[in-house]
Design a binder for this molecule. Structure first.
Ligand code: NAD
Ligand code: UFG
Length: 359
């Protein structure tokens, strides 16, 4: 049952976008996915359709392609199902790559968002939910991070997110009816509890959790733990890991809030708890029974010792809070990885319902 809203979900075939689609569909929204599949594949959307029992219409295309966006918005109007809000996940997200290829990152992440916002303006679409990142804060002046912590990113990826945030602030100043909800994600991990959706990095993972699961499944020999001499209780880096389903549900809360409120609003989406590398590895081994061979390695350049959220603003204003534990994240992440050692190239356990390309 649709609540009469059609939501454009850019990057909907990606890790966080796909989990969010499941929640949006379960809440009765209609969705349209726009993805260029640069870091995903259409099979993900078949899984979302299978899980939801709903069609997942999609368009293959790039957010920088302004004329394609105009066509998509216009067609939805002609069908009598105009797009009423946009959730913008589409972005490149590898910190190291952004240092090596800054122009590609600014083009994709900043120019892509400009293109999208300009078409939204043309079609009078007034609600925008943006995937930002805790990385916009940079080196913590105090922990936990609160939303008015200084914005001081330390790499082009982080700058691309901070630039979009600024752009959204300026747009909200200029157009009083416009609403931009910026969600600053901490460290999303885990997978859908069904085991049908999860993270599917194409190359050797940069991030800790997918690296752990690839070691546990035998595809990588050992985890390198980057640094054992940080000023943290056990010397390893501390982060605020959040179950991807909790994060996905945060978008529903943001959409609801955006219906009542205009202007620019930023929220941390985290649990408020820090977990060290050693603690995460120990929890993973205990919960799954799988071994994670590991060795010490030098600190990774650019890493900070510890980062975790103060999530109280999202709790108070959005009535959202993360519910899953680290053990849930490990169990669900392992279910996905062990059932899908080759990610979405592994056959689905049951026949998928096909999502339909929309154009
Ligand atoms: P992902 O790579 O799995 O998903 C991004 C999706 O966007 C992919 O399907 C990709 O094909 C698509 N895409 C990229 N550029 C595009 C373009 N120009 N046009 C159309 N589609 C495009 O990444 P994710 O982990 O799901 O991240 C989603 C969002 O959340 C990103 O904006 C990312 O920066 C942000 N974020 C992620 C994390 C994290 O740890 N995963 C943390 C903080 C913020
Ligand atoms: N780590 C290892 N070995 C690895 C990978 C990571 O020891 O192979 C350590 C890191 O040093 C760090 C912790 O595990 O202490 C977490 O590292 P991740 O790479 O998983 O996460 P980060 O917090 O460094 O960064 C991630 C994303 C950023 C995003 C940030 C906040 O890569 O883009 O979370 O959301 F901004």
């Amino acid at each position: 049952m649709s609540q009469g809203e059609t939501l454009l979900v850019t990057g909907g075939a990606g890790y966080i976008g796909s989990h969010t689609l499941v929640e949006l569909l379960a809440a009765g929204h209609a969705v349209l996915v726009l993805d260029n599949f640069s870091n995903s594949c259409a099979a993900v959307l078949d899984r979302v359709a299978e899980l939801s029992g709903r069609e997942v219409p999609w368009v293959e295309g790039d957010v920088r392609d302004t004329s394609l966006l105009q066509k998509v918005f216009a067609e939805q109007e002609q069908r009598g199902t105009p797009i009423t809000a946009v959730l913008h996940f589409a972005a490149l997200k590898a910190v190291g790559e952004s240092v090596a290829e800054p122009l590609r990152y600014y083009d994709n992440n900043v120019a892509g968002t400009l293109s999208l916002l300009s078409v939204m303006q043309q079609f009078k679409v007034l609600r925008f939910v943006f995937s930002s990142s805790a990385t916009v804060y940079g080196e913590p002046t105090a922990l936990p991070y609160v939303e008015d912590h200084q914005i001081a990113p330390t790499n082009p990826y982080g700058h691309s997110k901070a630039m979009v945030e600024q752009l959204l602030r300026d747009l909200c100043q200029a157009r009083e009816q416009f609403t931009a909800i910026t969600l600053r994600y901490f460290n999303p991990i885990g997978a859908h509890p069904s085991g049908l959706l999860g993270e599917d990095p194409h190359d050797v993972p940069n991030n800790l959790f997918p690296f752990i699961t690839k070691v546990a499944v035998g595809q990588l020999p050992a985890l390198q733990i980057f640094g054992n001499d940080y000023e943290t209780p056990d010397g390893t880096g501390v982060r605020d890991y959040i179950h991807v389903v909790d994060l996905a549900q945060g978008h529903l809360a943001a959409l609801d809030y955006g219906r009542k409120q205009s202007g620019f609003h930023a929220f941390n989406l985290g649990t408020g708890r820090g977990t060290s590398v050693l603690e995460l590895v120990a929890a993973f081994e205990r919960v799954t029974g799988a071994a994670v061979p590991r060795q010490w390695a030098a600190r990774r350049p650019g890493d900070i010792a510890a980062a975790w959220a103060d999530p109280s603003l999202a709790r108070e204003v959005l009535s959202w809070q993360a519910r899953h534990t680290i053990d849930d994240m490990c169990a669900d992440g392992w279910r996905w990885q062990s059932q899908h050692p080759d990610g979405y190239r592994t056959a689905s356990p049951s026949a998928p319902v096909r999502g339909d390309p929309a154009t």
